[in-house]
Ligand binder design. Structure first.
Ligand code: ZN
Length: 56
């Protein structure tokens, strides 16, 4: 099981490129059990989508 620190690092790395299958799975698993990181991931995804929309 990965830590919250590792999870948030993985979330940030999704901004730069795709994660490996293993990383994706461990991140998803962590987000299922950790509310704080799930919220963080949601925020990051929301921001990324907003940025993409802004750029278009
Ligand atoms: Zn966490």
């Amino acid at each position: 099981m990965i830590t919250c620190k590792q999870a948030s690092e993985l979330v940030s790395r999704t901004q730069e490129g795709p994660l490996s299958l293993r990383e994706k799975l461990s991140l998803r698993l962590h987000l299922l059990i950790c509310d704080g990181c799930a919220r963080f991931a949601k925020q990051v995804n929301f921001l990324r989508e907003a940025m993409q929309r802004y750029r278009q």
